[in-house]
Design a protein around this ligand. Structure first.
Ligand code: C2E
Ligand code: CA
Ligand code: CA
Length: 537
């Protein structure tokens, strides 16, 4: 609470006290001596002027004191209300009336200091975004209030219940007996998952809960982090359940933070490099272009494929920088390759949330002087699920300068036929999971067949990914796929190998390339790794 407010209240309280005392003293004098003084001052005997003045003054003091005391009392009440509002603004969540993050942190500090056995629950609603998207924010707020009431109704009164923001809640329970805590948590989660009527619709939400013990050896941030890790583990375990924090989770978190740091440093050091996988025309058998696939040439971890870093880069907000650095490198490496060879670059759905994406891509294309009509951007269906308007305007800006767009991994997501028609794609890529099982699985075969006929109807060429055998290739040709990509034609190769394949000379030799990230840091990191040192963090 503000120090100024407290000082003002103290001043008001003491004024009120002094005024009240003075008024009371005047009143006592009046009651005890009023009678005598009155007859001396106004009686039949010669009136005593001084006493008369004193008597009137006494009454005036009483009246003034009473009035002033009343005013001060009102001012004090107003002050207390202001303090309450200030407290609520700073410590209370205005949507639910629960404590906010700040108050929770203070209460966690107190609980740890007092060494009271306590537990911190962290609750995150599952699929709450759907409620907001489908029914609007007012409905969303009602659901949050309902959840807050359910939590409060199921915990002892001494607990501190808080909303940390969004759909995240926390509770400090002054109990660490696992059985008692589990019972409380089960009551909360079953209460939250009960269908909830909202105007004329019924809404279903559930909560994933992470639980950790509060202790004097842990800071409030530590406690929150532990419960948060446990909560994510509950999400991974299928949601609508609770998980206690354990040390294994801590180790995983440490490894993950280290990986994030390494990715960050790796991007700056230019360790993410493009590999190029050939794409083939099934009609002519000729090379049509390459798909750029990122590889991480890490001094500490070796040469890594995307499944070891893309997800973490996406979750930690590093994917934009990573993809862009790979793309810049790929375009620099491939700009002098034959003009009819396309270069397809993957862009993550996370990047599609950024309204500046098209601008960033076009900036690189211009800076490295790459012909935009040779560039193809591969996007997956989920990019369209996030924010359709942003995705559409990005696609349009790119297409305006001649960049082509292909819909990647088709069949694995939710892209509908109407989306295929309304969004200006230039190509569909059938996901390798269907292609790999094309011959053995009738369902896969039906999917590949129908995607191909869809492509023909919409005049969109189809590329099949993951072609590993001649039998699959022949079958795809028969169905009418126009292009293919897969280990049968070649795995992803570094630029140097592609140059050999294309019988091109080495353009740069050993001279450092000004358009690529500075490699000094990279060389340092390789040297440090060779001598067994970790990079400084
Ligand atoms: P994707 O776009 O579906 O890429 C095709 C993946 O299939 C590549 O895996 C490729 O190596 C693999 N593949 C190609 N032919 C065959 C085959 O015949 N058999 C099998 N079993 N696999 C084949 P990779 O290189 O591990 O890449 C995985 C994913 O990582 C890519 O899937 C793409 O979504 C993502 N990715 C790669 N590079 C980047 C990048 O620079 N930025 C972003 N945002 N994502 C990237
Ligand atoms: Ca791709
Ligand atoms: Ca793909």
């Amino acid at each position: 609470m503000g120090a100024n407010l407290q000082t003002a209240r103290r001043a008001l309280t003491s004024s009120h006290l002094i005024t009240t005392c003075a008024t009371l003293a005047a009143l006592v004098i009046f009651v005890s001596m009023g009678n005598q003084v009155f007859s001396a001052a106004f009686g039949s005997r010669p009136a005593d002027e001084t006493l008369r003045v004193a008597f009137i003054l006494n009454i005036a003091i009483i009246l003034f004191g009473w009035r002033r005391s009343k005013d001060l009392k009102q001012a004090l009440e107003a002050q207390e209300r202001a303090e309450q509002l200030a407290f609520e603004g700073a410590f209370v969540d205005h949507v639910t009336g629960l404590a906010n993050r700040r108050q929770l942190m203070e209460r966690l500090t107190e609980a740890a200091r007092e060494s009271r056995p306590s537990t911190l629950l962290l609750l995150d609603l599952d699929f709450f975004k759907n409620v907001n998207d489908l029914h609007g924010h007012v409905a969303g707020d009602q659901v949050l209030r309902n959840v807050a009431d359910t939590i409060k109704a199921n915990v002892p009164e001494t607990s501190c219940c808080a909303r940390l923001g969004g759909d995240e809640f926390a509770v400090i329970l002054h109990d660490s007996d696992p059985r008692a805590v589990d019972e409380i948590v089960a009551n909360i989660t079953s209460g939250i998952s009960r269908p909830f009527s909202l105007d004329r619709v019924v809404v279903h939400v559930s909560a994933s809960v992470g639980i950790s013990e509060v202790g004097p050896d842990k800071s409030p941030e530590d406690c929150l982090r532990r419960s948060d890790i446990a909560m994510y583990s509950a999400k991974r375990a299928g949601r609508n359940c609770s998980v206690w924090f354990d040390d294994q989770m801590e180790r995983e978190l440490f490894a993950r933070t280290e990986l994030e740091d390494d990715i960050r440093q790796g991007i700056a050091a230019g360790e993410f490099i493009p590999y190029f996988q050939p794409q083939i025309s099934l009609e002519t058998g000729g090379l049509t272009g390459f798909e750029v696939l990122a590889r991480w040439d890490s001094p500490d971890r070796g040469l890594l494929e995307p499944d070891s870093f893309i997800q973490v880069a996406e979750a930690s907000g590093l994917i934009g920088a990573l993809s862009m650095s790979v793309m810049r490198r790929a375009l620099v490496e491939s700009r002098d390759w034959p003009a009819d060879l396309k270069v397809a670059v993957n862009i993550s759905p996370v990047q599609f949330r950024d309204p500046k994406l098209a601008q960033q891509i076009l900036k690189i294309v211009t800076e490295v002087n790459f012909p935009p009509q040779r560039l193809e951007i591969e996007i997956t269906e989920s990019a369209l699920m996030e924010d359709r308007d942003i995705a559409l305007s990005t696609i349009e800006s790119l297409k305006n300068v001649g960049v082509t767009i292909s819909l990647d991994d088709f069949g694995t997501g939710y892209a509908s036929l109407s989306q295929l028609r309304s969004l200006p794609f230039d190509r569909i890529k059938i996901d390798k999971s269907f292609v790999a099982t094309l011959l053995g699985d009738p369902q896969s075969s039906a999917i590949v067949n129908s995607i191909t006929s869809l492509g023909k109807a919409l005049h969109l060429p189809i590329t099949a990914e993951g072609v590993e055998t001649n039998e699959v290739k022949d079958q795809l040709s028969e169905i009418g796929c126009s292009e293919a990509q897969g280990w049968l034609f070649g795995k992803a190769l570094p630029a140097m190998k592609v140059r050999e394949l294309l019988k091109l000379s080495d353009p740069a030799g050993d001279a450092p390339n000004q358009e690529l990230p500075d490699t000094t840091e990279r060389r340092d990191r390789h040297r440090r790794a060779a001598s067994g040192q970790r990079a400084p963090r």
